[in-house]
Design a protein around this ligand. Structure first.
Ligand code: NDP
Length: 251
């Protein structure tokens, strides 16, 4: 009997907190080896230790995903140490505070596009040929309900997330014949630090509009990612999967 087969590798960006940390944890507990990517190395090391204590395998890789050269260097390290990934989860993202369209500072526009769109593209363009060579790949991009709809004071964020949805569909069409799927997840309001920064009155008003009567949890997004990454998710490709407690079901 030879050694046990190596667990498949998943790269998760924005794994230092919130939805990304939950995704990394669920994948690691579902027998993936996980490369944890974000800028906050301390938070990544803490998550690595927590997962190791639970018998799961994860490694921290500190990187700003908007920096193309830094991403190339980081992915070189991941590949040398852990091999090529079967799963790539592009979750790293910047949110508010948001400005009215005519008041959006150029720095805000560039920063959001740099992380939410360019960052995702840097990782996909590296992963796609490698996944093609293996004949298998699952790319899961965390977009937003703002990738399908708009809203006051969200022009920059909505523009980046619409880009994520469009990019995911195009990649699905282009690479689906090689055993690769690429989907976008469009969460509604999820109770993370991003949402905690919102005005209390805004939170109360939002809750009134959500039929479920509560915000979603990071764990619920993570379970959807695990489904798409697992054996049952193979025929879902080019989809924008809404998970919003019914928020977008009414006007
Ligand atoms: P958080 O702000 O809690 O976490 C964002 C994550 O992205 C952190 O791990 C952060 O790590 C990482 N990140 C930010 N900038 C960079 C960068 N330049 N390079 C590498 N990593 C970066 O957000 P959430 O967990 O709430 O959101 C995660 C994703 O889900 C985002 O794409 C967001 O747009 C999306 N989303 C969230 C919703 C919500 O209600 N919370 C709703 C819909 C979508 P670090 O700072 O260590 O680099």
């Amino acid at each position: 009997m030879g050694p046990p087969p190596e667990a498949p590798l998943a790269i998760v960006t924005g794994a230092s907190r919130g939805i990304g940390a939950a995704i990394a944890e669920v994948l690691a507990r579902n027998a993936f080896r996980v490369a944890l990517v974000a800028r906050d190395g301390e938070a990544l090391s803490t998550l690595e230790k927590t997962l190791a204590a639970a018998g799961a395998q994860a490694w921290p890789f500190v990187c700003d995903v908007s920096d193309e050269a830094a991403v190339a260097a980081m992915l070189g390290q991941v590949e040398a140490r852990l091999g090529t990934p079967g799963v790539l989860v592009n979750n790293a993202g910047l949110g508010g505070p948001f400005h009215r369209a005519d008041e959006v500072p150029k720095e805000e526009w560039d920063a959001l596009f740099g992380v939410n769109v360019d960052g995702l593209h840097h990782l996909c363009r590296w992963a796609l040929p490698r996944m093609k060579a293996r004949g298998f790949g699952r790319i899961i991009n965390i977009a937003s309900l703002m990738g399908l709809f708009g809203g006051a004071r969200s022009s920059t964020y909505a523009a980046t997330k619409h880009a994520v949805v469009g990019y995911s569909k195009a990649v699905a069409a282009e690479w689906g014949a090689y055993g690769i799927t690429c989907n976008a997840i469009c969460p509604g309001y999820i109770d993370t630090e991003m949402l905690a920064k919102a005005d209390p009155q805004v939170r109360t008003d939002l809750l009134k509009r959500i039929p479920a009567g509560r915000f979603g949890t990071s764990g619920e997004i993570a379970q959807l990612v695990a489904f798409l990454a697992g054996p049952s998710g193979g025929y879902i490709n080019g989809s924008a999967l809404v998970i919003d407690g019914g928020l977008s079901s009414h006007v």
